[in-house]
Design a protein around this ligand. Structure first.
Ligand code: SAM
Length: 276
């Protein structure tokens, strides 16, 4: 960065990793080999990219900060299996990029030290592409990792947990101290491995399911009864709603954090069936 006269852009979540041991641990968690094509989000100056390229068949790295493109051209010059493009990942048509840059003959994985200010939107964006990723191995704030991997009945369990665990198995591989980043962020980090569930239980309407989950968690301290009433609107038939919840064996006084993903799916289906 000094050579190029560049400063770190906090607004782009630029906390770079320099410890080779940690970089290698991330790559190991992704279990990369020559059968893998990897998308990296935010290569920075290419420290992680280099370690990925040593193991994988090829890497496509998407970097938003155009000041870093010439830096990456220099640091990654020895590798002929890396392509770097200037691209905002949230605006990327990843399916199109995949068919342009990958040969379709390899597994597709994502490996990244994510920009922390948009961790959740990136993960949702990746899940919404419909690309059958073999895995997503991503570094994020420890607190977000806890939310992604949370179990029902815990404080960290929320709409993000349900949204992600609906499709993916989530495992926290290891945590990383804030001291290994340059510049040092305020919080520790964790590497999370997300892998697709082999069998998905699908709600009758997926979009409604996402909305119901958000609605139930709208006010965390309110009961499911209160949140559902606000979500469904004032005109909702209260007796019908009461019966609907009891039919699911859910007490109206309970809070959303107690409900499993399957319960949210059943709840969505009942809302549809009862035309409430
Ligand atoms: N991979 C490097 C490392 O591990 O040291 C840098 C990781 S740093 C936490 C996040 C990187 O994401 C930065 O290089 C930043 O410029 C880039 N970035 C931020 N927002 C982005 C976006 N919307 N699309 C693509 N890259 C982005």
């Amino acid at each position: 960065m000094e050579t190029y006269g560049l400063n770190f852009k906090k607004s782009l979540g630029q906390n770079f990793l320099t410890d080779v041991n940690i970089l290698k641990k991330i790559v190991n968690a992704a279990e990369l080999d020559e059968n893998d094509d990897v998308i990296e989000i935010g290569p920075g100056i290419g420290a992680l990219t280099e370690q990925i390229a040593k193991k994988a068949h090829s890497v496509l790295a998407l970097e938003l900060d155009d000041r870093l493109i010439p830096v990456l051209a220099e640091t990654l010059e020895p590798y002929d299996n890396i392509q770097v493009i200037k691209q905002d990942v949230l605006k990327a048509d990843l399916k199109q990029l995949l068919s342009k840059y990958f040969d379709g003959q390899h597994r597709v994985k994502v490996v990244a030290n994510l920009p922390y200010y948009i961790t959740s939107p990136i993960i949702i964006h990746l899940l919404e592409t419909g690309i059958p990723f073999d895995s997503l191995v991503v570094m994020m704030q420890k607190e977000v990792a806890e939310r992604l991997s949370a179990q029902p009945g815990t404080k960290a369990y929320g709409s993000l947990t349900v949204r992600v665990q609906y499709q993916m198995h989530v495992k926290v591989a290891f945590t990383v101290s804030k001291t290994v980043f340059v510049p040092q962020p305020k919080v520790d980090s964790a590497i999370v491995v997300l892998s697709p569930k082999e069998v998905l239980t699908l709600p009758k309407d997926e979009q409604l399911f996402f909305k119901v989950v958000k609605g139930c968690f709208q006010h965390r301290r309110k009961t499911i009864w209160n949140n559902l009433q606000s979500f469904l609107g004032k005109q909702v038939d209260k007796e019908k709603l009461h019966q609907l919840l009891l039919g699911l064996d859910v007490s109206p006084k309970t809070r959303a954090e107690k409900l499993s993903i399957d319960k949210f799916i059943q709840l969505t289906n009942k809302i549809i069936d009862s035309k409430i």
